[in-house]
Structure formats: C-alpha cells, structure tokens
Design a protein around this ligand. Sequence first.
Ligand SMILES: [Mg+2]
Length: 117
Amino acid sequence: MSQLTQSDLQSMQKRVDQYISQFEEGYFSPLTMMARFTEEVGELAREVNHRYGEKPKKDNEAENTIENELGDLLFVTLSFANSLNIDLAEAFDQSMTKIETRDKNRWTKKDIGSEKS
Ligand SMILES: [Mg+2]
C-alpha cells in the first residue's frame, strides 16, 4: 500500500478522533453506529433519487447534495472504524487486494494501445 493513502486515511481517522474525544459521550456503541451508518445511507439514497430518480423533493425541503451525503457517510465510516480500533488503511488495502485478485478478469479490459492520452 502506498504511504500517501495510508497517511491520508490515518490523518482522517485522527481528525475524527480528536473531534469525538472532546466530548464525554465519546463514540457510539456498535449498534448505534450501525443505525447512524444506515441513516446516512438513507440520506444518500434520497439525494440520488432526487438527482437521478423519479422522486422529486418537497418544495420546503432544504437543498442538499450527493457530495454532502458521501462526506457524511465517510465521517460515520471513520468514526465506526475508530470506535472498534480498526485501521482503515489496512482494511482498504485488504479489500483492494481481494478485488484486484478476485475480479482481475471479470470486466472488459481497455485496449491500452488504442487509448488516446
Ligand atoms: Mg447526512
């Protein structure tokens, strides 16, 4: 794994930890984290449906973006990982290694020679 990705993810986890550590309540329990994660997935789905789907927003609904909701989901992911002492750089590396190996021949490879740069 590249040092850049590892240090970026570690600094993101540290920033979240510094934020959460200011408060007596600390991190939520795993079940509450799961509920928070699901809430944010729902909020993301709402934005995607609004942008690409058939369900328009109500007139009085605040403007929001898919970007905002992906950011919220990332924050909850970082919090969840911190609460369980999981190194996300390591978790990401394991996932990418699995995907790069398992799905190596799953998709149609681009013909690099014919690509315009
Ligand atoms: Mg949200």
